[in-house]
Design a protein around this ligand. Structure first.
Ligand code: G4P
Ligand code: MG
Length: 178
């Protein structure tokens, strides 16, 4: 079932997101990939990574990347808000599961993957809640062999519950009640 579309935007409930993560965790497990560590791309990847931890029971490290500047204007390149430095050594030889909420242009994802690859991990796999079907400006580096998207969606704006100022209204919209 596709998520509710209101005013051209998808609205997703916490319950739906939890369920998407649960089924993605099952696919990850079934693939035989066992991560040593989950790396969450902030801030959109924080809550999906935390839910994934419920099912995969692995520790979470986080990095912060922003594609919008302080005034909310899109910038040309992603910016590091927070990066792994003293924990970098925790990446060498490890199997990393990189988690974000949405694969949109793929620019942030590519940037993060290239940075993480510099620290000699055994493998990096990618899990995103949502992949937007569209032409991507970024590309997954050839080292990336495993990629999971919980749901494939059209190229429309996705309203996530954690961005809602009025969560009751958001949840109503996510049930298709306009
Ligand atoms: P990608 O590599 O994962 O495709 O990300 P991209 O650079 O294209 O995304 C730029 C920013 O836009 C990201 O936020 C991403 O979360 C956000 N974004 C893209 N599409 C949507 C959408 O449909 N809905 C929402 N809510 N956000 C979207 P960011 O600048 O990294 O910040 P943060 O929001 O994760 O803190
Ligand atoms: Mg993000």
């Amino acid at each position: 079932m596709t998520p509710a579309i209101i005013d051209g935007k998808y609205h997703l409930s916490y319950t739906r997101i939890h369920e998407t993560v649960r089924s993605m965790a099952e696919e990850i497990r079934a693939s035989g990939f066992t991560p040593d560590v989950i790396v969450a791309i902030g801030s959109g990847g924080f809550i999906p990574a935390r839910i994934l931890r419920t099912f995969l029971e692995k520790p979470i490290l986080t990095v912060g990347i922003a594609y919008y500047d302080a005034e909310n204007r899109p910038s040309k390149t992603p910016r590091m808000i927070q990066w792994i430095d003293e924990v970098e050594q925790k990446l060498r030889g490890r199997r990393i599961l990189l988690v974000d909420e949405v694969d949109d242009s793929r620019v942030t994802l590519e940037y993060c993957l290239r940075e993480l690859l510099r620290h000699g991990p055994a493998e990096i796999a990618v899990a995103v809640l949502h992949n937007k079907r569209k032409e991507k400006r970024g590309a997954l580096p050839s080292e990336i062999r495993r990629y999971w998207a919980g749901e494939e969606l059209e190229d429309r704006w996705i309203c996530y519950p954690w961005d809602a100022l009025d969560i009751e209204r958001h949840e109503r919209l996510s049930r298709g009640e306009g």
